[in-house]
Design a protein around this ligand. Structure first.
Ligand SMILES: NC(=O)c1ccc[n+]([C@@H]2O[C@H](COP(=O)([O-])OP(=O)(O)OC[C@H]3O[C@@H](n4cnc5c(N)ncnc54)[C@H](O)[C@@H]3O)[C@@H](O)[C@H]2O)c1
Length: 318
């Protein structure tokens, strides 16, 4: 595969993880952050990369193939749009836009420019999530009836993003990936007890045209740290638990007793790969640039997530 020139913008908490991976997998040629101190600190670890506080410097470099965006969510749309207009491939942290119309615009722009627009939905590259999807698609669980996610803990309570946008975007991307349909109903209720107007606890309910339903419990105010998704099929149920060091995926058989009572049958733990999801995600981006896989699909799947987020936000605000 041709070695691509990659620049990363946004170098505070998450950006350095992307920097580390793209430095290994590609040629890291630019590092960019508005904060000169942060830029100097990360820049000192990668002396071969040029540093700048001006995003325009990356766009003006004709040798730069791709831009990786790890800035705060409200900046994603504008930065991604500028990068696509400059003819760069774009990896942008989740979600790439805060409104469905803006996301549709980015998808159309990427298509018109024949460039990759990949949203950073990390869990879609997690071997455990891929295993659950494989079980669903092979029909191992029987018809899927419902999916629910718990993403709760006592954590960083962000002052500019609520639990739906910060935590829920992960589960939502997985639910939509598992079910492969858009919800016809998406409702959310929440409360903001720390920062006024920024919900720290949110409960979401989604219903799909096929009749399947999904639920998400998202919270920064919980005594337990849970990163769990459960898929209930007509025949089997599967739990993906990212807090488990080894037993990430567990499959439960469902048995029916003579009196109609349901009880658990055999329990199995499928073997899953141990590759770091972020490494797989970054590799996938470079493969998309190289023409492997369907680049339109990752962008359209990202748009599906933003549409559902918008529906949930409308309900939450209502
Ligand atoms: N995939 C994951 O698991 C995961 C985990 C954490 C964060 N994230 C995502 O990563 C992104 C960054 O999160 P974070 O927690 O690192 O944010 P952060 O606010 O800690 O850091 C953002 C950095 O971007 C810089 N920045 C802002 N606007 C800029 C601009 N126009 N040009 C250049 N630099 C700019 C800021 O100076 C700051 O250093 C967010 O979209 C977040 O949702 C993803």
């Amino acid at each position: 595969m041709t070695t691509r020139h990659v620049g990363v913008v946004g170098l505070n908490y998450w950006g350095p993880n992307l920097v580390r991976n793209f430095d290994d997998l590609a040629k890291l040629t630019w590092l960019c952050d508005l904060d000169a101190k942060q830029l100097a600190q990360i820049g000192s670890r990668y002396p071969d990369a040029r540093t700048t506080t001006n995003f325009g410097d990356l766009l003006a470099d004709d040798d730069l193939d791709a831009v990786v965006i790890a800035t705060p969510v409200p900046t994603h749309y504008a930065l991604a749009k500028q990068a696509l207009e400059a003819g760069k491939h774009v990896f942008v942290e989740k979600p790439p836009a805060m409104r469905a119309a803006e996301m549709d615009e980015l998808v159309a722009l990427a298509d018109a420019q024949d460039r990759v627009l990949m949203p950073g939905h990390l869990l879609l590259y997690h071997p455990g999530v891929l295993k659950v999807k494989e079980l669903i698609d092979k029909g191992e669980l029987g018809d899927v009836l419902c999916v629910y996610g718990n993403r709760v803990n006592l954590g960083i309570v962000r002052s500019n993003e609520n639990a739906l946008w910060s935590l829920g975007v992960h589960d939502l991307s997985v639910i939509l990936y598992f079910l492969d349909e858009d919800p016809e109903l998406a409702t959310a209720q929440g409360s903001a007890s720390i920062h006024a107007g920024i919900e720290d606890v949110v409960f979401c309910f989604l219903r799909f045209p096929s009749g399947k339903i999904a639920h998400m419990h998202l919270s920064w105010l919980d005594p337990h740290k849970m990163r769990k998704m459960t898929v209930v099929g007509r025949e089997k149920m599967v739990v993906f638990d990212d807090m488990e060091p080894e037993r990430k995926v567990t499959v439960y058989e469902k048995r029916a007793g003579a009196d109609g009572e349901l009880f658990s049958g055999d329990i199995s733990i499928p073997k899953i790969e141990t590759t770091e999801p972020l490494r797989r995600e970054c590799t996938y981006f470079l493969e998309l640039i190289a023409g492997e896989h369907d680049k339109g699909k990752v962008a359209r799947d990202g748009a599906r997530v933003v549409r559902a987020l918008e529906m949930l936000t409308t309900s939450l605000n209502g």
